[in-house]
Design a protein around this ligand. Structure first.
Ligand code: M6R
Length: 609
């Protein structure tokens, strides 16, 4: 969703650094952008639309300063207009504020401030903050105290960065919305509350915004404040200095580039072999079949609840099957509906699956689980994310940064990591011996698909269909749901996934010669045999069929086209079938000319409930 970048100590490169940071945050989804800098005075430039429009505007203005903030806005309060873009300012133009999150008591604050004579120029909740700071400054408060007093007045979720004219400092605070501080190479200190040196220093809602300049970060916690000037000081809500540990990001800045691919999504699909090798590295013993995940210690749950959203929820549906098959009752819940789930009992483990680690619905469900007394585990890609920090345990999927809004390699990483979790905690030697070699072979099997897939040809044939249906059973059912989600989010076409057996209970009425059905049929067992029966049902009604199959059943016989996957364990085959569907979605969206990495209305990290 919205993105924040701020910097101190970049001198004449301040504006360039802010714009570059905003470009690196584009993946989060946005509809307007802006920056503010403090130099001789405070100046702001902002606009509805893309960063290109902001750059155009900046080329006609002369903004300069040594301290700055920037923002990409994803509209919540008010449409995407120039006025609603951030930074927002007070009546005097001496204060500029960028904000991610939602200020819940903004209506009453706005009424109070309006009654006191403040003039508002936007529809946003954010604008109350600069006016509150203005009030405090006018009452005689020092800049930092004015900032703190404004934050004290607001309720809700926020990551906030603020500039105050006449002060070459950047003020920041967070509550329920991520904010990370970057420490430039010259910064000295090893985790004390006060880090000194020439910097430069940065704040951002996500590391890629400043990764080109530094790998050293400190993560702010809820309720903490940071002041960045000739150093960084972090304090709690009472102003008491907080000791922070300095962490080092292990991925390279280049990993956030496109490496010659037309889109991040395609690049990330192709990164899956490497992502999976990283996920499994040091965690499986390929010869003996042992699985050892240091992060989960000796967990031995008697039941598991998975909470997640979107693609991660599909990973949860898959994982629930792994645990159920091993005799440990497990269920997947949409995080936003977790409040109506049965409470966890005994030694139940509640697992939040979230690539970003910042999804508000998932965090809320995890907090609910903790309040209910459950032990919690985050399965996430993001080291230091809120989910990782708040849960009792964190299992990292190690996929590397994912920029495309459509989750691809992180879904593969989630399925692999959840296999490891199940093998390490509840599955015995026999399944380990069967599954570990299949997991080990995944990278090669996926590479084989990437090299030989017919998905682009199939996409070309069906790119102007009325709707697309995806069916699968057992482990392939979540993959059918995921195939449909991927296609709809990047192509804007109507796509639905169904349990193959459910088709005849209603959705079959939608099937026509212009609605291709993608059927995943793996192996030669009961599930595949029944799916082949379902293929015959749709074929009899004139629908084109594309079989995603390993050829060990009759699916290909009744299909118009085949997307092949190598033979493997059905658990691993789910990841392979998914790669074919990712490629299919990508090529259909590309043929339709959609903006694949930045689909309309969507955000990479959804930080509101
Ligand atoms: O960061 P998370 O895994 O918690 O995100 C959950 C969903 O918002 C996410 O999977 C979304 O559905 C993706 N855009 C799917 O491609």
């Amino acid at each position: 969703m919205c993105g924040i970048i701020g910097c101190v100590g970049r001198d004449e490169r301040t504006v360039e650094t802010l714009v570059h940071g905003l470009e690196k945050l584009e993946y989060r989804g946005y509809d307007s952008a802006g920056i503010g800098v403090v130099g001789d005075g405070l100046s702001v430039s902002k606009t509805a639309g893309e960063i290109e429009a902001l750059s155009q505007k900046l080329s006609e203005q002369s903004l300069a300063g040594t301290v700055g903030i920037g923002h990409t806005r994803w509209s919540t309060h008010g449409p995407p207009t120039d006025e609603n873009a951030h930074p927002h300012q007070d009546c005097t133009g001496r204060v500029a504020v960028v904000h991610n999150g939602i200020i819940e008591n903004y209506q009453e604050l706005r009424e109070e401030l309006t009654a006191a004579g403040h003039r508002f120029s936007s529809d946003t909740d954010t604008e109350v903050v600069p006016h509150l700071i203005e009030d405090a400054l006018e009452a005689g408060a020092e800049p930092e105290a004015a900032f703190r007093s404004a934050i004290d007045r607001i309720d809700g979720s926020y990551a906030i960065g603020a500039l105050i004219e006449g002060t070459e400092a950047l003020f920041a605070a967070r509550n329920d919305s991520p904010l990370v501080v970057g420490l430039g190479l010259d910064a000295e200190g090893d985790g004390s509350a006060e880090l000194t040196g020439d910097g430069p220093y940065f704040i951002a809602s996500d590391v890629p915004a400043f990764r080109d300049y530094t790998a050293r970060v400190i993560y702010l916690e809820d309720g903490e404040f940071a002041r960045l000037d000739g150093g960084v000081s972090v304090t709690d809500s009472d102003g008491i200095p907080v000791e922070k540990s300095v962490e080092t990001i292990t991925w390279d800045a280049e990993e956030t580039g496109k490496s010659g691919y037309d889109h991040y999504m395609l690049k990330e699909i192709h990164e899956q072999p490497r992502a999976l090798r990283q996920c499994l590295s040091g965690r499986i013993d390929e010869l003996g079949g042992a699985v050892d995940i240091e992060e989960v210690g000796d967990l031995s749950p008697t039941g598991v609840q998975f909470v997640a959203c979107g693609t991660s929820y599909h990973a949860g549906l898959y994982a629930a099957q792994l645990f159920n098959q091993a005799g440990v009752p497990a269920q997947a819940f949409l995080a936003s509906e977790y409040a109506s789930s049965p409470p966890p009992v005994g030694d139940d483990l509640v697992v939040g699956i979230t690539q970003s680690g910042e999804t508000a619905d998932t965090l809320s469900a995890l907090r609910e689980a903790a309040n209910r007394g459950a032990e919690t585990l985050a399965v996430t890609n993001t080291v230091g994310s809120t989910a990782a920090r708040e849960c009792d345990h964190a299992l990292y999927i190690r996929s590397g940064p994912e920029i495309g809004v459509a989750a691809t390699k992180t879904f593969a990483g989630q399925l692999a990591a959840l296999n490891l979790l199940s093998l390490a905690t509840v599955e015995g030697g026999r399944s380990r011996r069967a599954v570990v070699p299949a997991l080990r072979d995944l990278s090669g099997d996926i590479q084989h698909i990437l090299d030989d897939s017919a998905a682009s040809e199939v996409a070309e044939i069906y790119a102007d269909s009325n709707a697309y249906f995806f069916i699968g059973r057992r482990y392939q059912f979540p993959v059918a749901l995921e195939g449909a989600l991927k296609l709809k989010e990047i192509s804007y076409e109507h796509a639905e996934g169904f349990a193959a057996g459910e088709l005849k209970h209603g959705p079959l009425a939608l099937v026509t010669p212009n609605t291709p059905v993608f059927a995943i049929a793996i192996g030669d067992g009961d599930a595949a045999r029944k799916t082949v029966g379902n293929i015959k049902e749709v074929e009899a009604r004139g629908a084109p069929v594309v079989a995603v199959t390993d050829g060990r059943n009759d699916a290909a016989m009744y299909a118009d086209y085949v997307l092949e996957v190598p033979e493997t364990h059905p658990r691993a085959a789910a990841l392979l079938a998914n790669v074919q569907l990712q490629l299919l979605a990508y090529h259909i969206a590309n043929d339709l000319g959609r903006p694949i990495d930045k689909p309309r209305n969507l955000a990479k990290s959804v930080t509101v409930e």
